[in-house]
Design a protein around this ligand. Structure first.
Ligand code: GLP
Length: 245
């Protein structure tokens, strides 16, 4: 695991943008696995800047997102499709038909999930998967559980995730209780993984996930078994790492 130390949030965003830029420059038709949450916002803003200054071209890039709330439409400003459009896709030259987010409006969960897996397969797999880290160690919406979930599936969100995401909704009752998410195997099949973390509220879980035992109770801990993982974190998020990490 490659731990890259950043000073602060904007430094983390730039360093992560360097890695994604290198991927897209070296392989213009890359398949990028993308994430939502507050952590990647600065990174996406940085990618937009680089596109605007002609340093990046997304015309051949495809993207697949990790997850989507079940029941939210693309027009709902809390849906992850809406997030991706407004924070990234609408501002770069990625082809709309080359962006895949699980379909939150597909009521048949099995169909929504198998279609997402099929989209990933048809693209030939993910070259670089970007991940944030939930406070409880979740990646995508793979919540702590007795076993690692494999493929894209429908999850019941834990109370701690609902609480953490409530800040984005008008009221707690508006927070969806289920989501479609790539599974652990889907994520682990990506050729490269880039995790970004910032803030002292992530310090404990960062140490636990990347330096503690591998267990489905800390879903991100499985990343220790992946051959090509880079974690970019700011000082606060890395403040509880073992010495020399
Ligand atoms: C959400 C998303 C995750 C994200 C996580 C952390 O629940 N499903 O993909 O990584 O929360 O969010 P944040 O970056 O806002 O801390």
């Amino acid at each position: 695991m490659n731990m890259i130390h950043a000073k602060d949030y904007s430094d983390m965003s730039r360093k992560a943008a360097n890695i994604i830029s290198a991927q897209v420059i070296l392989k213009p038709n890359s398949v990028l696995g993308l994430a939502t949450g507050s952590t990647p916002e600065g990174l996406y803003a940085e990618l937009i800047r680089r596109y605007q200054s002609n340093d990046l071209d997304f015309s051949l890039v495809s993207s697949v997102n990790l997850d989507e709330y079940r029941g939210l439409s693309p027009e709902n400003d809390q849906s992850y499709r809406y997030f991706m459009q407004t924070k990234l896709f609408d501002h770069i030259n990625i082809r709309p038909e080359a962006t895949f987010v699980p379909d939150g409006l597909e009521p048949d969960a099995a169909r929504a999930c198998s279609r997402h897996e099929e989209a990933i397969r048809n693209l030939g797999g993910i070259d670089l998967q970007l991940l944030g880290l939930g406070n409880n160690g979740h990646i995508g919406f793979n919540e702590p559980a007795p076993v690692f979930e494999k493929e894209t599936h429908c999850v019941d969100l834990t109370q701690s995730t609902i609480d953490a995401n409530a800040r984005f909704f008008a009221s707690r009752e508006d927070v969806p209780t289920q989501a479609y998410t790539m599974g652990i195997r889907t994520i682990m099949r990506a050729k490269k993984i880039l995790v970004i973390v910032n803030g002292e509220q992530k310090a404990d879980i960062v140490a636990k996930a990347f330096f503690g035992p591998v267990t489905p109770e800390v879903p991100a801990s499985i990343l220790q078994m992946h051959p090509d993982v880079t974690v970019v974190g700011d000082e606060a998020a890395f403040s509880k790492l073992p010495a020399n990490a």
